[in-house]
Ligand binder design. Structure first.
Ligand code: PMP
Length: 404
């Protein structure tokens, strides 16, 4: 078992003994991230790209250093391909509205999947309505994998964009994105990856993924809320119009018209998340100091243990792939006859924090035939004791509700 228990001291919020199994929703922040933001705010903060004074120069340098750090972390060859947004949701909206409104028209198809988070579905629905394009989807197999045969059959010259989650926030499924990207490109479609659950957990190289756009959030990878990333291949960004207008994104403005600043600044209207960028930089340093491969291994080991032990809990059904090669560290479950919210409440009484609900993936819930699941998700600070607590909490819930 990969031992990361030495990290726990960096997460003071866990000191009260909470078994925090909801990193899929948002991760906790280690002391080095909190300290980096605090230090920056105390010593170097000012608005960026504006003043000629020293503080503003220092702040701009820190903000741009964060951009370079992100580029390096995801293997981007050009730091200008890294755009700071408010989060994965804004990143995906930037693609849907910024790229989609420009490049989609009546008769075009957008191909998504049945397991997308609403953040990678609703913007495309909105853009489909405005452009006359249609939104199609690839279903999942009975064991929660993406149905690649259907995906291949749905590709055609009218498909202009394929958009896929890098890892399902409900099922843990990790689709074969490089393969999907290859197929999408063969048909001349752009490839979008919602990597909100992928980038925090495994080493991601955007070029190896083969995508044109990749979206993720800082708050799920030990960084602060309020900042996310849209990586776009330069030629794809050149096809994209700014989704928001305002200060800092222009080259010139007259009363009736404006021209855009260079990429990436044209996509960063207004005052950006500056302190948050410093926090994200520190979070990446922290993740890298552990090693992304080790983090993946650790999360996989915990997930395998959880899957093995949960099948013995009376009434529990697991949603999603059982084969570890197809999945990551998110485990969704239902208990026969017990609502997921009741399950989460009883677990909370045992100090086990899990998420219950539809996880912003209602179409997937419908396809699974459930209204809600309880979801345990693992990250660097989790250990086997958290699974012990989860399993015993679930057994307790089963006793209370007479499940056997
Ligand atoms: N996609 C997936 C797969 C997610 O899990 C989430 C967060 N739950 C998002 C997108 C949206 O991320 P955010 O709320 O940080 O914008």
């Amino acid at each position: 078992m990969t031992d990361l228990s030495y990290l726990k001291a960096d997460f003071p919020i866990l000191d009260n003994g909470v078994h925090f199994l909801d990193s899929g929703a948002s991760s906790q922040k280690p002391i080095p991230v909190l300290e980096a933001m605090d230090r920056f705010a105390r010593t170097s903060y000012a608005n960026v790209h504006r003043g000629a004074y020293k503080l503003s120069v220092a702040s701009t340098e820190a903000y741009e250093a964060a951009r370079r750090r992100v580029a390096d972390f995801i293997g981007a060859t050009d730091e200008r391909e890294v755009i700071f947004t408010r989060g994965a949701t804004t990143s995906l909206n930037t693609v849907a509205f910024g790229w989609g409104l420009e490049n989609l028209t009546e008769g075009d198809r957008i191909l998504a999947t049945e397991m997308e988070h609403h953040a990678n579905l609703v913007p495309w629905q909105m853009v489909a309505k405005r452009t006359g394009a249609t939104l199609d989807h690839v279903p999942i197999t009975d064991d929660g994998r993406l149905d690649m045969a259907v995906l291949e059959s749905k590709l055609g010259p009218d498909v202009k964009v394929v958009t896929v989650t890098g890892m399902s926030n409900v099922l843990g499924t990790i689709p074969d994105v490089p393969r999907i990207a290859e197929l999408a490109h063969r048909h001349g479609a752009r490839m979008v990856v919602d990597a909100a659950q992928l980038v925090p957990h495994t080493s991601v190289d955007v070029n190896q993924l083969g995508a044109d756009f990749v979206a993720f959030s800082s708050h799920k990878m030990l960084g602060p809320t309020g900042i996310g990333v849209l990586w776009g291949r330069m030629d794809a960004l050149e096809e994209t119009e700014p989704f928001e207008g305002g200060g800092e994104m222009i080259s010139d403005v007259t009363l009736h018209d404006a021209t855009w600043a260079d990429i990436p600044h044209r996509f960063e209207a207004g005052t950006p998340p500056i302190i948050e960028a410093v926090g994200l930089h520190a979070a990446i340093d922290y993740l890298d100091s552990i090693g992304m491969d080790k983090i993946f291994e650790h999360d996989q080991e915990l997930t395998a243990i959880a899957l093995e032990r949960l099948v013995d809990v009376p009434g529990i059904a697991i949603q999603g792939p059982t084969d570890m090669k197809d999945r990551g560290g998110v485990v969704s479950m239902t208990m026969e006859g017990v609502h997921a919210h009741d399950l989460a409440t009883i677990l909370d009484e045992q100090n086990v924090a899990v998420r219950a609900g539809h996880h912003c993936a209602k179409p997937l819930m419908r396809s699974l035939g459930v209204t809600a699941t309880a979801r345990a998700s693992f990250y660097v600070y989790n250990e086997e004791a958290d699974i012990d607590a989860l399993v015993s909490g679930l057994r307790r819930a089963g006793e209370i509700f007479g499940v056997n």
